[in-house]
Design a protein around this ligand. Structure first.
Ligand SMILES: Cc1ncc(COP(=O)(O)O)c(C=O)c1O
Length: 436
């Protein structure tokens, strides 16, 4: 057995669920065969515990490394920060510099608060909104993390969150009396939103949405959400944790003409170093002072330093342009290669965060076969590709050749009538599950 799998088996005896993030579970990719752990990462290359090198054509640190792994400019800034003391009793001046930088990019915003992860940033945003509106209900669409306010949506119906990225999330441990406070609506379903809004508008304290994820927003939808929130003075929160800094240097809402009251950034802004920012209009953000929102490690210096360096590099190099172009190329490869082998696939997602699914009786078997065949050729690959600044044309070219082989293989085994027989391990998982 390879070292990574051996260590993962041990991890599952010591760490419930094996990892700290569902999306990093080897079972989500290639059960029993995924490299699982790494020794070194640079650009878009990763070396596993056995020293084998892979090109990462999957999630790039689950979307947290827009510039690529161990980017020299960001690492140099962080190393200088560590050497000059990244934590002490006084505050970090870079917090103010970062506030100005974010506000310059988003002129509708006037104030910022900082935390270190996406989920907690969303929790803070919802807390501030509720403190401002003095109302408890939250209308939302999209994925927003693991905290009680969000997971409580699954108390009323176990399936409330299924259409919002991760199916099967179990809210066990979330108090039952939060039931009914967090209410989902569908992206781009204007009528559906308006129906839900009418029903709950007098008790609603926040409206939350991911500006964009899989589909382009319809103008009418964004307009209806904005107008409704405005009418009842309910803070509108744009979650830009995944969409931010990929389509433009700032939140995707800048492109779509959506002016939220709060916007939240995390994994797009600091190239893998923990950092998150909640930015917003002054009248709403000031409500943070009426509630207790405070944590020691939100005051360390690596996060703001990494964020300033990352954002400046993104702007200077017009990184979103590269992310869009590279993502588009990969989508084209999927389309033309699937067409060549007459495999039915559906491609979706914005260009920097593209994905595809096999349209067939056993899509998960096909997905696992794809990952298996790509891994054999030196690629970490699933049915999604998060582009980064470190993906250059030669990576895309060799990925195209490997895809050709993988799709040819899948076509061949699909004709055998029993493609599952060609898997070297179990089928991958598709969502949240308890591990044995
Ligand atoms: C849109 C969105 N919101 C919130 C989160 C949660 O962020 P984190 O995993 O840093 O807690 C994510 C993470 O994938 C996300 O994509």
């Amino acid at each position: 057995m390879e070292k990574g799998q051996e260590l993962y088996n041990k991890a599952k005896t010591l760490i419930p669920g094996g990892t700290q993030l569902l999306s990093k579970r080897p079972e989500m990719f290639l059960p029993e065969r995924w490299p699982s752990y790494y020794k070194k990462a640079k650009g878009c290359e990763i070396w596993d515990l056995d020293g084998k090198k892979y090109i990462d054509m999957s999630y790039m640190g689950i979307g947290s490394c827009i510039l690529g792994y161990a980017d020299r400019d960001i690492n140099d800034a962080v190393k200088r920060c560590i050497d000059s003391g990244s934590m002490n009793t006084l505050n970090v001046p870079e917090e103010v510099e970062l506030a100005e930088l974010l506000i310059n990019l988003h002129p509708w915003a006037e104030m910022t608060r900082y935390v270190r992860t996406g989920g907690e940033a969303m929790s803070v945003a919802v807390r501030i909104a509720r403190a401002y509106s003095r109302k408890d209900k939250v209308l939302f669409c999209g994925y927003h993390g693991w905290h009680d306010w969000y997971l409580s949506a699954n108390l009323m119906s176990k399936k409330s969150l299924n259409g919002h990225l991760l199916p099967g999330l179990n809210p066990l441990g979330v108090p039952d009396n939060l039931s009914g406070l967090t209410i989902p609506f569908e992206y781009n379903d204007t009528e559906g939103f308006l129906r839900i809004f009418e029903k709950h508008k007098n008790e609603t304290g926040a409206i939350v949405l991911e500006t964009i994820r899989n589909y382009e927003p319809e103008k009418e939808f964004l307009f209806a959400v904005r107008k409704s929130a405005f009418k009842k003075n309910i803070p509108l929160i744009a979650d830009e944790i995944t969409s931010g800094f990929r389509l433009t240097s700032g939140g995707a809402h800048l492109i779509y003409g959506l002016e939220p009251d709060i916007a939240v950034f995390a994994k797009g802004i600091s190239n893998g170093f923990p950092m998150a920012a909640v930015i917003g209009k002054k009248k709403v953000m000031q409500s943070a002072q009426d509630s207790f929102i405070s944590s020691t490690y939100w005051t360390e210096k690596i996060g703001p330093v990494a964020a300033i360096a990352t954002i400046k590099k993104i702007i200077y190099n017009d990184v979103p342009k590269h992310l869009i172009e590279t993502g588009r190329k990969v989508k084209k490869i999927w389309k033309s290669t699937a067409g060549k082998f007459r495999l039915d696939i559906q491609i979706s997602g914005i260009d920097p965060l593209g994905h595809f699914s096999f349209i067939c009786k056993e899509p998960l078997v096909y997905k696992t076969l794809f990952t298996q065949k790509m891994l054999e050729q030196g690629f970490l690959a699933a049915t999604a590709f998060y582009s980064s600044y470190s993906h250059k044309s030669h990576h895309i070219k060799s990925y195209a050749a490997a895809c050709n082989k993988a799709f040819a293989f899948i076509k061949r085994v699909s004709e055998s009538g029993n493609p599952k027989r060609f898997l070297k391990g179990p089928v991958c998982h598709s969502g949240f599950k308890r591990l044995n």
